[in-house]
Design a protein around this ligand. Structure first.
Ligand SMILES: [Zn+2]
Length: 150
């Protein structure tokens, strides 16, 4: 299928972005649509919707925000902490609005495994179903995410 100029422009922006070192696509050579549909079908196979995933991520981040820099208890299994840096991240899709440079760390208190995401990850997943390309520093594996937050 021939790509529209808009999609090509977006893919170029995602590949060359200097906002995140390595860009949003990392070393992934697949088309944007392939990356998105492959992650969505993986999620589907796990029986989790984007809505459910995102609402859990937001719940955790919002619980940890008031305690900025300190670990807070989420439930019997998890503790979370947020860190903020100065500045704003912008979504590579063409729309307005920026995102605080906030990182949420979620620790499984049984395994001490720590999983992290940014506010921009939440937005990219929620609005664009985009978990970023393989090799991107902020790529989130849908399966790991599901196993790490529920
Ligand atoms: Zn966006």
């Amino acid at each position: 299928m021939k790509k529209s100029p808009d999609i090509e422009k977006l893919e170029n922006a995602l590949r060359s972005s200097t906002i995140v070192a390595g860009g949003f696509l990392g070393t992934d050579s697949r088309d944007l649509n392939d990356i998105i549909s492959s992650d969505l079908s993986e999620l589907d196979g796990l029986g989790i919707t984007i809505t459910k995933l995102v609402s859990r991520m937001k719940e955790i981040t919002n619980t940890a925000i008031p305690a900025l820099g300190n670990w807070v208890k989420i439930d019997e299994k998890y503790e979370a902490m947020v860190e903020e840096a100065k500045g704003i991240l912008t979504c590579p899709w063409p729309h307005s609005g920026g995102f605080d440079k906030r990182v949420t760390f979620l620790k499984n208190t049984k395994t001490n495994n720590i999983f992290k995401w940014t506010d921009l990850n939440i937005h990219l997943i929620e609005q664009h179903n985009f978990f970023e390309g393989k090799g991107s520093p902020y790529r989130i594996e849908p399966k790991e995410l599901v196993e790490s937050i529920f």
